[in-house]
Design a protein around this ligand. Structure first.
Ligand SMILES: [Zn+2]
Ligand SMILES: [Zn+2]
Length: 170
């Protein structure tokens, strides 16, 4: 007869030797039926906020680079989707270089939108959730976006004189 201690040792050793296989099995089980696991995890997190924070910090320390990479890739994918949804070019001047393009808030409520949601990634997520609405948003280059920030009229439309005559006063 094995003692309790021997049993525990045996189990620990067994787990150590078969860790990869056992983890893969658990992972597969969870993937097949993810929602209850997620629900349980959520409940546990809500009941143990300190531990949850601790474990997440540990996880982040160990896998931080991987997580950041994932977030970056996802953000880039959403941005590409946004570009395609809004026509891929500045609505005012036709600039197509994605590095210059941004979302223009036609109703001039960009800062409120940002404040409400908390960041540019959140804005894109919000627009995506709403099916890329076109009425109040458009794709514009930074130049046209910046140029319209006070009057809502791009210098492209106002013409050159604006810069010379009243540009700095308004
Ligand atoms: Zn433009
Ligand atoms: Zn313009």
């Amino acid at each position: 007869m094995r003692t309790k201690q021997q049993n525990a040792d045996y189990q620990r050793e067994y787990y150590r030797r078969n860790k990869a296989r056992l983890c893969a099995r658990t992972k597969m089980r969870r993937a097949r039926n993810a929602e209850p696991y997620r629900e349980r995890l959520r409940a546990w997190r809500a009941a143990n906020p300190d531990k949850a924070r601790y474990y997440y910090a540990k996880y982040k320390r160990a896998r931080g680079r991987e997580i950041r990479q994932k977030i970056r890739l996802k953000a880039a994918a959403v941005r590409a989707e946004m570009m395609a949804a809004y026509g891929g070019r500045c609505e005012c001047c036709g600039e197509q270089n994605p590095g210059f393009l941004t979302i223009e808030h036609k109703r001039r409520d960009g800062s409120a939108h940002r404040r409400r949601l908390g960041g540019p990634d959140k804005i894109l997520a919000d627009l995506k959730r709403r099916g890329w609405p076109k009425d109040d948003y458009a794709l514009m280059c930074m130049n046209c976006n910046w140029g319209r920030r006070r009057t809502g009229i791009c210098p492209h439309e106002r013409g050159w004189s604006f810069r010379l005559v009243g540009g700095c006063k308004r």
